[in-house]
Design a protein around this ligand. Sequence first.
Ligand SMILES: Cc1cc2nc3c(=O)[nH]c(=O)nc-3n(C[C@H](O)[C@H](O)[C@H](O)COP(=O)(O)O)c2cc1C
Length: 197
Amino acid sequence: MRRETSGKPQSLTLNKMTIEILTICGSLRSGSSNAKLIEAYSRCAPSGLTFTRLDTIGDLPIYNPDIDEDPLPSAVIEARSIVRSAELLIFSTPEYIHSLPAALKNLLEWLVGDPDFYGKKALILHANSSSQFALSELREVLSTMSAQILDQACVVVDLGSNKTTVDEILQNEDIKSSLVRSSEVMIQTFNKPNQSE
Ligand SMILES: Cc1cc2nc3c(=O)[nH]c(=O)nc-3n(C[C@H](O)[C@H](O)[C@H](O)COP(=O)(O)O)c2cc1C
């Protein structure tokens, strides 16, 4: 788990100290383009947002209701606790075989039974606009879990190559402005008194 507070020039004022954001990448690959998109998002976000990366989804056991009882596996206890503490989840995931990567679906299966997940705010980034299924599937799963997806803050881009660096992502003005706009929509959502989009 890595925790950082963004420090970019403030374009919008946040009516609270910070927003605790947990980022979840569906790819375990070390050079993941989705992970780089998340990193680019946090680097150009307005100041005051706190980004924590959930980097243990590959450590979770395969979900089995037989082990979803006390004593829970320690990786599950930790992941549930980290997710519980987050005010907003940012997902970015590749599509695998017209579906979600198993590691991400497995995490969501471990989380679905947690009553605290109800109403959790979430937004989705995606690094490959040619994927046809993963995004709608993630939306369906999160909606079924009663997450509140911030539709106006979701961003789909095409990085063109899995080798694109974070700096190159940020040098692309169209992508950068989409990411900044997304974080502004997110802040506006949190600034609303009823905290709904
Ligand atoms: C096992 C596997 C299955 C894949 N299946 C699909 C697919 O069904 N549709 C698709 O558009 N891309 C598919 N891809 C390509 C990845 O989604 C694509 O390379 C993505 O950008 C990888 O994300 P990452 O760089 O974050 O790891 C697949 C890749 C792998 C490794």
